[in-house]
Design a protein around this ligand. Sequence first.
Ligand code: GLU
Length: 446
Amino acid sequence: MDEQLHETYDEVLARNPGETEFHQAVLEVLDSLGPVVAKHPEYTDRAIIRRMCEPERQIIFRVPWVDDDGNVEINRGFRVEFNSALGPFKGGLRFHPSVYLGIVKFLGFEQIFKNSLTGLPIGGGKGGSDFDPKGRSDAEIMRFCQAFMTELYRHIGEYTDVPAGDIGVGGRELGYLFGQYKRITNRYESGVLTGKGLSWGGSQVRTEATGYGTVFFTEEILRARGESLDGRTVVVSGSGNVAIYAIEKVHELGGKVIACSDSSGYIVDEKGIDLELLKQVKLERRGRITDYVETRGASAQMGTRGSVWDVKCDIALPCATQNELNGSDAKTLASNGCSVVSEGANMPCTPDAIRTLADAGITFAPGKAANAGGVATSALEMQQNASRDSWTFQHTEERLAEIMSHIHQRCLETADEYGSPGNYVAGANISGFIQVADAMLAQGVI
Ligand code: GLU
């Protein structure tokens, strides 16, 4: 790595002790920037990269609420407003017990480049809480969301910071969050949150967008080498919002998803995942995938060894969470003949996995490019809110497909230009970076 980039990384380590996921996300970007700083000394002269590694604002707050038994519970809330060079801070909220500052910062940092790649006017941010929604009643979820928004409302706004969902935050939670925002401010500001319900300012395709977008991106990779998803066997990890709609789109495009997972294990269904059943189990009943196997009958079984990555496939779509696919999983995928790994989740592949995939000649698409369809469709929701309009499903899906194809093209062209042909990591990092860096240069030392 270039010496100045190395110094920047050392500074990040020293200033953000213990935040390992954030360190990992920064290193992955810095690793790609050598040829950029060589060509553009102005970025280092004006400390652009060092400024980019320091969030514009970080908010940490207490979230006190009362559970169904009358006990007072205390969680920690976060909103990291990372970079507003291209537009208002934009990024989801994650409710999961693993959430701490290092996770929110890794997600917020990734979001800067991802949002830049969409070509839409959105900056980068992320938030969430260490609240664990698992096993909580609907009333508890509502009281928690209300307590969370009671602090968050003062930091967000259509022109300031626009949160959305992520792990543990979907349509139900966004409804409670929006309701509380409206109640506190006495204003119907549709553009303050995205991922809203269709009858109250939401956009068609937003729910499906991350999963669909990942599959559109994968299809673009295959098309670039004269192939397609038709007839391909696919393995997806996770079974939440991203995974479910990735499976739906793979099936629509003629591929077959034969495995997916959740925290209770993984399932293999040789006939192809029955999506209606999976939606029933995961979305309606909020159950576990073991219930899928019980209802489905002979074609489906719980996986017995290793992980979902032991299932032989042509294409792997990690759609669960960070660092869920490691070096040895990557080796297994390679020896099973897998040729594309495309990230539906944020940073699901470890650095070791990414190296192993590259060595094995497997095409790897990083999340900041491949899963940008979710936030891109959030930006389309903001457009509709600003013009008090609402588009059809077909029109919105066409826009999403165009955006994903454009990101794909930008990645390949930039990778070529900077001497790493076919390298989607370099293409995504460099292309996302340059657009933000140029905006920061233009806006002065702020
Ligand atoms: N949480 C999603 C992501 O990781 C979407 C964020 C948004 O729509 O603002 O990109």
